[in-house]
Design a protein around this ligand. Sequence first.
Ligand code: G3I
Length: 374
Amino acid sequence: MHRRDVLKLGATLTSAGMLGLPWPRHGFADSRSLRERADAKGLVFGCAVKSPQLGTDMPYTDLIATQANMLVHEYELKRKNVEPSPGQYVFAGADKAMNFAADNGQAVRGHTLCWFQANPDWLEDALMVPVAQREQLLISYIDRVIDRYGSRMQSWDVVNEVIEPQQADWNGMRTDNPWWRALGERHIDIAFHAAKEKAGEAKLYLNDYSVENDVRWNEDRRNTTLRLLERLKKRDVPIEGYGIQGHLKPYRDRFEPEVFAKFLRELEGFGLQVMVTEFDVADVDGPADPAERDADIAAVTKSFLDTALDSPACAGVLCWGITDEYSWLSDLEKYKRADGTKTRGLPYDDQYRPKPMWDAIAAALDAAPARVPT
Ligand code: G3I
């Protein structure tokens, strides 16, 4: 997405008088937090948390408590962390975030029960067994984790990132995946049915990325997703939600509201709850001036969240972190900035100060249609 496209989004905002430049922090009539703004509309607003920093980094802890009404574990609830050895479960990290959420009256979503990544090193070999035992390796893990937290989760990412049209499968599925190798596409059915047995009221989600932008490879992913949802529906797989991760890259992939809105309407057609589950904005390839990047990020944030929250199926938004200090974007070669500065893709900077992105999220929450309490 060229900077002129991003500015076009910003111009729309400026002309609407919603969020002029420089961003009027005091532009809001009140000082409510993002959590309070979301609560007022019956929406989710939350973020991913790293439990080691909870209670040790106090400015971070305060932001998590005051700005989020829902949390998700950034990594502690993944099988690599939870079951480091076969049958040996380690829940300390996950428990810490669960207990923090309980102490602060926050909901939690479970991320994730079945993924091609973040599996313990022993799993691939363990899957070299007859099919029935492979199924049990998936089912028993899901049973164990949901047994521990089931009634406390608003939703589960039962299966994460299963499509990859650039791989060989005729259906655009991710075949470079231990669960695919072990059980084929049926691993999705098995995971959802196992979760449904135990998860009570929690919504069962399929979660994936790069379905947001007006670029060909995202369109391929959207179409692959919709075809997969059709197959799962025909097989009576109990899928109840779809998580749009929302890792935007506005300087690489153009965001076009109407393209995204069309996909949301198609998801509504499946009767699914939708959530933006891992929202952040990579500013790699953006201008050197942080203020310019902040303005661009705020513009695409407002446009993206306005579009998402306009969908009656969308329950809300979680950011993939709350402060640039701990963003995964600064750790990854393909997203870290060449000038060595931190990425600026979350609502608070690395000094825990709110940025124009915070304003854009607040404005989108304030502008969103209120949800009728269910
Ligand atoms: O904190 C430990 C540290 O004590 C230890 O010394 C170090 C070396 O093992 O590991 C550190 O934990 C790492 C953790 O990130 C720190 O945040 C884990 O190894 C590392 O695997 C973990 O990576 C996470 C990654 O998923 C894999 O689980 C990232 O934080 C997390 O942002 C990323 O999130 C994924 C979503 O689950 C799915 N969507 C994409 C998203 C970004 O890749």
